[in-house]
Design a protein around this ligand. Structure first.
Ligand code: SAM
Length: 301
């Protein structure tokens, strides 16, 4: 793993990354504006001794600098006034920016962090189709939908590779793809050793299939946001390069604001599409968050 990091980050930055992976992550919350105003919840938590600091990227996201009580046990949590979510995980739905009248699909939905955020941005209007393959993960998704007061969603237990069988086309699609979770070491140290190169290859195959299926389910001028909590190029830029080179009707969009660092256009001695520089990568040592990747793709006609 470290040899691969040195290939695309260089030695000094790899050392910074490894050090950052050892530091605990500051918790953060996304305030559920479907249920409460930002200032009202902020005041309620501050009265209980919490210290909140704004997240620069999302107006209703806050880092919790002081947590005198467990954030998952408060009355306000049970009421669905906030979702515990890392700051970078707030970006996919925020950047995809679904509108209240649109048809939106979340291809890999459980446990619903990004699904409930999509619904929040859609103001609980339009149609939000949530797909999840693993039946065992659906109860947690249902609990989160109920807790957060989501009423515009339909939940389907399906392998999203078969999304074409639904014969519907979407304005916006979120593909928060299953991945090796190489970016999650800060949250779960066992991930340092639990995944091998063959896991990465298997995942990359699934990711390519999911991406092709998702792109084919877009309406003309529709948009798909691809994200993973992995920093492995094999699960990110190389997947997108492979799929888009064969499907020229789809282009990589520039994300209005540069939140992360540019995506890779050359890796392991291989040249990738230049437009991959419009994708964004997030690293624990730069952005004080988990490792993450996002890329916005649109259908040209
Ligand atoms: N987006 C979720 C959130 O923010 O809470 C996290 C999604 S997690 C990275 C990936 C999810 O995709 C897992 O729940 C997994 O069971 C599901 N999944 C994996 N392969 C799938 C497939 N082929 N079709 C649909 N869901 C799949």
């Amino acid at each position: 793993m470290i040899e691969r990091y040195i290939e695309f980050l260089g030695l000094d930055e790899t050392i910074e990354l490894l050090k950052a992976n050892e530091r605990p992550l500051t918790p953060s919350i996304r305030i559920n504006t479907l249920k409460i105003k930002v200032n009202e919840l902020k005041k309620r938590l501050e009265n209980k001794g919490f210290e909140l600091e704004p997240i620069e990227w999302v107006p209703y996201g806050f880092k919790v600098a002081k947590e005198p009580h467990n954030l998952g046990s408060l009355h306000e949590f049970l009421q669905g006034y906030y979702y515990l979510q890392s700051k970078v995980s707030m970006l996919p739905a925020y950047i995809l920016d679904p509108k209240p009248n649109e048809v939106v699909i979340d291809m890999c939905a459980a446990p619903g962090g990004k699904s409930t955020h999509l619904a929040q941005i859609m103001e609980n209007n339009g149609t939000l189709i949530l797909i999840e393959r693993n039946r065992k993960r659906i109860p947690a998704l249902e609990v989160n939908l109920r807790r957060m007061g989501i009423t515009n969603s339909i939940l389907i237990n399906l392998d999203a590779i078969n999304i074409g069988k639904l014969t519907l086309k979407a304005d916006k699609i979120l593909l928060d793809a299953p991945c090796t979770g190489e970016g999650l070491i800060r949250q779960d140290f066992s991930r340092k050793k639990s995944k091998s190169l063959s896991d990465i290859k298997k995942m990359a195959n699934v990711q390519k299939k999911l991406l092709i299926s998702g792109l084919n389910a877009l309406k003309p001028r529709g948009k798909l946001l691809y994200s993973t909590c992995s920093i492995a190029p094999e699960e990110n830029e190389i997947v997108i390069d492979h799929v888009l080179k064969k499907n020229p009707a789809f282009i990589i969009d520039k994300i209005t604001y540069q939140y992360g660092v540019k995506g890779l256009t050359k890796v392991y001695g291989e040249n990738l599409m230049n437009d991959l520089s419009k994708a964004q990568r997030f690293y624990p040592h730069f952005h004080d968050t988990i490792g993450f990747f996002i890329c916005l793709i649109s259908k040209s006609t």
